[in-house]
Design a protein. Structure first.
Length: 416
């Protein structure tokens, strides 16, 4: 789950602003004032929230039908847990069960019986990840419900499996399959884990591309809207699965070319035309995919405030190198130790460049992105890697491959 970018559309001549969480609500159940700021009713939980959803992942109807909260929560694919059950499953949300923290809240490791799905003794039964929402009101609830809605219906090997949820008083929780290798963000940017090899990076890119491609090509298209390294989770074999569907949105239907929304997403990953106009298309996800592909190649964060000037923005910094075969090694992750095929790296860089095209229409569809990545992964290495070149010359700004200042906060913030 994610914080949101709150940007009020420059196209309408509206100033950017940062709202408190009670005002962080999007079009579906908010009214827009002339200033573009969404207002919400003061009630903390809407009783009959309608959001767009689908009848079945494998058999979407053409016209998405809004479902009530009651309908969403009665999904036959999901177990409704009591708060007590999840308290027991996580040993009372003990700090040593903590897996991570995001904008939504804390994520704990828990154990449940795989048949009855009731809490089991720690160490026995099935391991799960339990996400506990910080009590922050309406926006949190809406994203929580959107996630239950989508993941209650969409099933694919590259989407994280939602096992169940808990709604009790102020408490909102989600129970997922446990992804033992955590997020891609942890592996790329945090100190500790072994650096990912080239082939694992390509495997992750392919898995994530399959997940996005599935969403975009569903009978009723789904736009994911929050594609970023922290939302790509990895299982024991580095199979990638997309998590966090709180911002997901139904794609345009009929003759419409886009959906108009309040801009939400994560700075550094969101497509420029979407940020500027609020017009959302599947090509916005393709742009974000290009940013993550660049992160995989360079080992750098989309936005890194510890860097100087224009180097803070990965896309701006890396773009000039991507189409240049001879200079590409300058932006490649030094943690790869030069162990990557030159041709494959160049193909991946060219692909990233296409995804990052400022013209949304010129970006390739995810099916094409996936095909190219599969080609890169299966093509034979040319027998040469970049080790020598990388030793000889370093990119000007890459003094150290270790992230300074530990984890740079990458949770979304309001755009300036
Ligand atoms: N299903 C899971 N299995 C294992 N670990 C998980 C799982 N879901 C989340 N985590 C861990 O919890 C961390 C926090 O996840 P969360 O989705 O709350 O935040 P985030 O993605 O880092 O940030 P944001 O709130 O911006 O999406 C992840 O980085 C990951 O390490
Ligand atoms: Mg996340």
């Amino acid at each position: 789950m994610s914080y949101v970018i709150h940007m009020f559309l420059p196209a309408l001549g509206i100033m950017g602003n940062c709202l408190d969480s009670s005002a962080k609500v999007e079009a579906a159940h908010s009214s827009r004032t002339p200033s573009g700021i969404s207002k919400t009713s003061p009630s903390s939980v809407p009783s009959n929230l309608s959001i767009l959803s689908y009848s079945e992942a494998s058999d979407f109807s053409n016209l998405p039908t809004p479902r009530s909260e009651g309908e969403i929560l009665s999904s036959p694919n999901l177990k409704a847990f009591t708060f007590n059950e999840l308290k027991n499953a996580t040993r009372n949300f003990r700090p040593d069960s903590l897996l991570g923290e995001g904008g939504f809240g804390f994520v704990y490791k828990g154990w449940i019986d795989e048949h009855t799905l009731t809490a089991s003794k720690p160490g026995s039964g099935m391991v799960v990840a339990v996400k506990k929402l910080k009590p922050e009101g309406l926006q949190g609830h809406k994203e929580w419900l959107t996630e239950v809605d989508y993941l209650g219906q969409l099933h694919h090997q590259n989407l994280v499996k939602l096992i169940g949820y808990c709604v009790e008083g102020e408490n909102r929780l989600l129970v997922y399959e446990f992804m033992s290798k955590g997020s891609l963000e942890n592996h790329l940017f945090r100190r500790g884990p072994q650096p990912l090899s080239w082939s694992v990076r390509m495997k992750v890119a392919i898995g994530a591309a399959r997940g996005l491609s599935f969403l975009h090509n569903a009978k009723s298209q789904v736009i994911y809207r929050d594609f970023k390294a922290s939302n790509i989770l990895l299982d024991a074999e580095f199979n990638a699965k997309l998590s966090d569907f709180g911002l997901a949105k139904a794609g345009p239907t009929g003759d419409r070319t886009h959906v108009s929304t309040q801009v939400m997403g994560t700075q550094g990953y969101a497509a420029p035309e979407y940020v500027a106009t609020g017009r959302l298309t599947a090509k916005s996800d393709v742009y974000s995919f290009g940013v993550v592909l660049l992160e995989l190649l360079s080992g750098r964060r989309a936005v890194d405030r510890s860097k100087a000037g224009e180097e803070q923005n990965l896309v701006e910094w890396a773009k000039p190198y991507l189409g240049d075969k001879r200079r590409l090694f300058r932006i490649m992750d030094t943690k790869l130790g030069g162990q990557y095929p030159q041709k494959g790296a160049y193909m991946a860089a060219t692909l990233a460049l296409k995804c990052l095209n400022r013209e949304a229409k010129a970006r390739p569809p995810m099916t094409e992105v996936l095909e190219t990545l599969e080609l890169i992964a299966t093509s034979k290495p040319a027998g040469r890697n970049c080790q020598l070149e990388q030793k000889r010359v370093h990119a000007p700004d890459r003094k150290s491959s270790v992230q300074k200042g530990s984890h740079l906060n990458h949770t979304p913030t309001a755009f300036p």
